[in-house]
Design a protein around this ligand. Structure first.
Ligand SMILES: Cc1cc2nc3c(=O)[nH]c(=O)nc-3n(C[C@H](O)[C@H](O)[C@H](O)COP(=O)(O)O)c2cc1C
Length: 424
């Protein structure tokens, strides 16, 4: 098909307070030479008028699916000439519709009938965002190959503070332009899901905008192994799956990833610089060696708290009495990094078997971490699925149960958002 110079997008506006930001978004996109076709839900028209959007884009706005525009086929025609549909703001309601394939108005029908990528910029009150239903729906969208841009955290229109603000128009323009440049043309986007395959069974290739391009991320993963003698040792049941998934998600977002891993049986993500270690002391050395220029440090490894004080150079022979091993504490790698004079953005993991919230928050404060991710060992260790609870200065947020790659992608998006200002 013939390529035209002008790129065209459908800008879908749904009924949230952030709809006013869509005017600025449309203006900036037009300024970038993008041809913008606006489509609005009925609720969106309560927040901003189609007349404003028409004036800014120079095109009549699509609202009513029973209109005669495009021979009454606007729901099909609009996406056929578009590089992407961008929903900004995307309400909780609209996200729910997308996740379930509902098509009861022009914009939702257009999304279901599209043959181009879909990007959504959620905007809602923090409780609506944190609600398990919304989180489930967002996860479904990501699994379906939809690009989720944001949200951000901060003061909300309702006066509350937390996660759910729509990204600012300038950031959205940047993400959309990146996507138009690298996404579709680079062939990395599979916008229409293969409905015969469940999302978590597919290859982990869901695209993310490359928000971490040029950033250096150091990740530790897996267990450590503390030798008792030449053949025996103390280790734990960490599989490395969560840390490896985080490395994969960071690579998808364009980061330069160094993965320092204890002994695992799983395959390293392609593109990461892999460093294999055994003991906590070796992991500590490797971290110190690779810290220079690091923007983000994510400590996922289950590092042994103690090591054998005097490991035997020979295999210990069986005796008739008890055997006592003296253990000494290992270095606290995360605390060391977090307390450097100019530390990278440090993310810790806490695996607890009880009192998760209390212990995790204690650990976060003791180590002075901006972000700590808590999980329950019973749910996390070795399994393919997990549930994460994020603790930071604004409180806690749950990423509901999902496969580890889906969770890793959500987590990396949060980390990128939180670090956005400082990393630019
Ligand atoms: C004043 C007001 C502000 C609202 N702001 C939001 C919002 O920011 N995000 C959201 O998801 N829903 C918000 N809602 C609720 C949506 O407008 C409502 O769910 C509506 O049905 C969404 O329709 P749509 O998804 O078809 O656009 C708001 C409602 C009112 C009355």
């Amino acid at each position: 098909m013939e390529q035209t110079q002008t790129k065209r997008i459908v800008l879908g506006i749904t009924g949230g307070i952030a709809a006013y930001k869509a005017a600025e978004l449309a203006r900036l996109l037009v300024k970038q030479g993008i041809s913008v076709q606006v489509a609005m839900t009925e609720a969106a028209c309560h927040f901003i008028t189609p007349a404003t959007m028409q004036a800014l884009t120079g095109r009549p706005v699509l609202v009513d699916q029973w209109d005669a525009a495009d021979n009454g086929m606007a729901h099909i025609a609009a996406s056929r000439v578009a590089e992407a549909i961008v929903i900004a703001p995307a309400t909780a309601d609209f996200i729910a519709k997308l996740a379930h394939g509902l098509a009861d108005d022009l914009l939702s029908t257009m999304c279901l009938a599209r043959d181009c990528p879909l990007l959504v910029a959620p905007a809602m009150n923090k409780q609506m965002w944190a609600n398990a239903a919304t989180q489930r729906n967002v996860r479904q969208l990501i699994a379906d190959g939809v690009q989720v841009l944001g949200p951000d955290s901060g003061v909300q229109a309702c006066g509350e503070e937390g996660m759910g603000r729509m990204l600012e128009a300038e950031q959205l323009v940047k993400d959309i332009m990146d996507f138009l440049r690298n996404g579709k043309s680079a062939g990395t986007v599979s916008p229409i899901p293969d409905i015969s395959v469940r999302a978590h069974e597919k290859e982990p290739s869901q695209p993310q905008t490359r928000k971490l391009s040029g950033k250096k991320i150091l990740i530790t993963a897996g267990p450590t192994y503390e030798a008792i003698d030449t053949v025996r040792g103390i280790t734990n049941r960490s599989s490395g799956k969560m840390g490896y998934a985080i490395a994969q998600a960071a690579l998808e977002m364009g980061a330069q990833v160094t993965l320092i891993s204890g002994p695992t049986a799983i395959t390293k993500p392609q593109g990461a610089q892999a460093v294999d270690v055994q003991s906590a002391a070796q992991m500590f050395d490797a971290v110190k060696q690779h810290l220079a220029g690091c923007d983000i440090f994510i400590s996922v490894a289950a590092v042994a708290d103690y090591r054998v004080a005097h490991p035997s150079a020979q295999k210990i022979k069986k005796g008739s009495g008890n055997l006592t091993l003296e253990l000494e504490p290992n270095p606290d790698i995360l605390a060391y990094v977090a307390n450097l004079p100019n530390p990278p953005f440090c993310v810790g993991f806490a695996a607890e078997s009880e009192n998760l919230a209390e212990y995790a928050e204690q650990k976060r404060r003791a180590k002075k971490l901006p972000l700590l991710v808590g999980n329950l060992v019973q749910q996390a260790i070795g399994s393919d699925d997990n549930e994460l609870v994020l603790f930071d200065d604004s409180g806690r947020q749950t990423l509901p149960r999902a496969d580890k790659l889906t969770l890793a992608r959500l987590l990396m998006q949060r980390i990128a958002q939180r670090k956005k200002g400082a990393l630019q």
